[in-house]
Ligand binder design. Structure first.
Ligand code: UDP
Ligand code: MG
Length: 328
């Protein structure tokens, strides 16, 4: 083993893959090319997240071709967070690298990341310097979300990505977080340890299309905010205090006018009062309902994902009719 290969004695790579048949052969080859010279042992856990294309076949073929490839097939599409979790649970390395299958996370950064880990960092976060080609509105929305999230959960996600290298003790720490609504980026930020950043420019997808729709992104962002912070819940109490203060002022004013014989005529005050309060009450019930739904989901205790074992293609057994055919 050379000195360079000692940088990381055992590296695990986790690759979530949904409809990535066109990308996997190149991605795996590039990953091996980048890591083999630096690591004593490499394993690549590729999680096929219930793909609808030929990912399953391509992945099994790659596992035959490269002994480093460990294929995991989900029984259906459970989402990227579940795929990352499945990979994390199977990764046995001293350090674990998480990278997308579509090469939007440039693999050329891997030596720098391994170097940072070898020098003592427990978490190496690849942060986006430039967010790649995206709509201006989308960029604004994501910045707003990250700012909100930073306030609510106390962790800075600006430019954060799932492209990370984690030490095995950080992997244990993330595994110890029991929640079902996983948010990998959030959990890694929350566990702490010695974190360092490297910057990268988002590359265009090598092939295929991103699976995110605007609706999907909004749902994902809200889910993460709810699962990570109770700020929306406590803001109900704050809204309650504000409304109570306002209604006190209004009551005093109305009573004062009444006593002075100058009470307001008409329904304006009543209507404004009624509408604003009804809206706030409904909103508060809505926020409570979202948290109750989350509790309900968590307590069900269902597995985060299910794995389907690829059945080996056994040589076909001859059926009775076939036997009789042979005999004839
Ligand atoms: N992915 C997954 N399950 C999904 C959707 C995506 O495992 O349900 C994987 C996908 O194969 C890729 C990574 O997650 O490796 C990022 O997905 P995508 O490129 O669609 O997202 P974007 O880069 O636009 O954030
Ligand atoms: Mg992508």
């Amino acid at each position: 083993m050379t000195g360079e290969a000692n940088k990381c004695p055992h590296l695990s790579i986790v690759v979530p893959a949904y409809n990535e048949a066109a990308n996997l052969p190149t991605s795996i080859a590039v990953l091996l090319e980048q890591t083999r010279p630096l690591c004593g042992k490499v394993e690549i856990v590729v999680v096929n997240d219930g793909s609808r294309d030929d990912t399953a076949q391509v992945l099994d073929q790659l596992a035959l071709q490269y002994p480093e490839v460990v294929p995991v097939h989900f029984s259906r599409n459970f989402g990227k967070e579940a795929a990352l979790e499945a990979g994390l649970e199977r990764a046995a390395g001293d350090a674990v690298l998480f990278i997308d299958a579509d090469m939007q996370h440039p693999p050329s950064l891997i030596p720098e990341m391994i170097d940072a880990w070898a020098k003592g960092a427990d978490v190496v976060n690849a942060r986006k310097r430039d967010r790649g080609k995206e709509h201006a509105l989308y960029g604004m929305a994501s910045r707003l979300f990250y700012r909100l999230f930073a306030k609510a959960a106390g962790v800075n996600f600006q430019g954060a990505s799932d492209y990370k290298l984690l030490d095995s003790q950080v992997i244990e720490a993330v595994k110890a977080c029991q929640e079902k609504a996983r948010f990998f980026r959030g959990l890694v930020a929350w566990v702490g340890f010695r974190q360092t950043d490297v910057l990268f420019d988002v590359q265009p997808r090598a092939a295929g299309e991103s699976t995110w729709s605007t609706y999907g992104l909004v749902k994902y962002s809200l889910r993460n905010l709810i699962s990570f912070s109770s700020l929306p819940l406590t803001s109900i109490a704050i809204a309650g205090f504000i409304m109570a203060g306002l209604s006190l002022v209004l009551c005093v004013e109305t009573l004062f006018r009444y006593l002075m014989g100058k009470s307001l005529s008409g329904f304006t005050t009543v209507i404004v009062f009624q509408t604003v309060f009804s809206a706030v009450i409904l909103l508060a019930i809505g926020v409570l309902a979202i948290y109750v739904a989350r509790l309900y989901e968590e307590q069900k205790g269902r597995p985060l994902y299910l794995v389907r074992n690829q059945r080996l293609q056994r040589p076909e057994r001859r059926s009775t009719s076939e036997c009789s055919t042979v005999r004839n």
